[in-house]
Design a protein around this ligand. Structure first.
Ligand SMILES: [Zn+2]
Length: 302
């Protein structure tokens, strides 16, 4: 009896609770699939990000394939709750694992895979590092993942038409990663920003992200007059919120750091610059000090 109870308890406690993707309707033809805001792990298959769905008269265009084979499978099952149409085109909007590790799954189902040249180069550069990270965090749920590059690339701009819908893909320069793009669907007044925009959670400025470039990329993107903004992380929102939670943060940290450097501050003290205005964003405690240090290192050389 005791033994049976123990086995039962072990089973209960070792079964991960799957995080799932929330379906958020944006327009009649556009949906955001909103993954968890925290880190990648075995319950979310690396889908700790937001994905975009555009339903055209000739199939679905998917913004970002998922963070693993199982992540892609989860996206596929979620899309089937919205439409019977097959995914014909997948767009990798950036360099992170959730922006390309699911490519193979969709390619095997006949989808075209599109990315910027810069994102494709970034994928090649960092593939072994990213595999290491994903296998560590996803454990057994990484099984089946085979990172493959996009089959179609473009330098700056690409117009993609599927059925009755046209999407404008634009690369203006590095942001969160070297190859981030944004995708505008004029007929739906919807802008998919990839990792150029983080909402609800604090963005991360890693070694791949130049804060000065990111500011410039955001400014170029924000010239588009879109009613709906689907961010790389967080729920679909508008440009005002995107600006307040991404752009204003980047500008704030850079201004604080410029002051710190001008006052003769060093890297040790850099982590203490005041970022408290953004402490309402999730992941603030894990990322704020690291972001400050990265920005210090970058601005020392600007
Ligand atoms: Zn991301």
């Amino acid at each position: 009896m005791l033994r049976a109870t123990l086995i039962l308890m072990t089973t209960i406690f070792s079964t991960p609770v799957w995080a799932g993707l929330e379906i958020q309707k944006v327009t009649d033809k556009v949906y955001a699939l909103v993954g968890p805001i925290g880190g990648r792990d075995e319950t979310n298959f690396g889908n700790n990000a937001t994905f975009g769905v555009v339903i055209t008269s000739d199939g679905v265009v998917l913004m970002d394939p998922g963070g693993s084979w199982k992540g892609a499978q989860e996206i596929d099952a979620t899309i089937k709750e919205i439409t019977d149409q097959p995914v014909k085109i997948v767009i990798d909007t950036g360099g992170q694992d959730h922006r390309w590790f699911g490519n193979d799954y969709w390619q095997q189902r006949g989808a075209r895979i599109i990315a910027s040249e810069a994102a494709n180069a970034d994928h090649l550069d960092r593939v072994s590092l990213q595999i290491e990270g994903s296998t560590f965090f996803l454990k057994d749920q990484y099984a089946g993942t085979e990172p493959v590059n996009a089959t179609e690339t473009f330098a700056d701009e690409l117009k993609v038409t599927l059925g009755d819908t046209t999407l404008n893909l634009t690369y203006v320069g590095p942001a969160h990663t070297p190859g981030d793009i944004f995708v505008f669907v004029p007929s739906e007044s919807t802008l998919f920003t990839g990792d150029i925009v983080f909402t609800e959670r604090l963005l991360g400025i890693g070694p791949m992200a130049g804060s000065v470039d990111w500011v410039a990329a955001f400014e170029a993107m924000a010239k588009i007059d879109a009613i709906h903004v689907v961010p790389g992380h967080g729920h679909a929102t508008d440009m005002l919120t995107a600006t307040a939670q991404t752009y204003d943060y980047l500008v704030h940290v850079r201004a604080q750091m410029a002051q710190h450097i001008e006052n003769g501050g060093d890297i040790i003290g850099s982590v203490n610059v005041d970022q408290s205005a953004f402490s309402y964003l999730q992941n603030f405690d894990q990322l704020a000090k690291r972001n400050a240090q990265t920005v210090f290192e970058q601005m020392e050389w600007e």
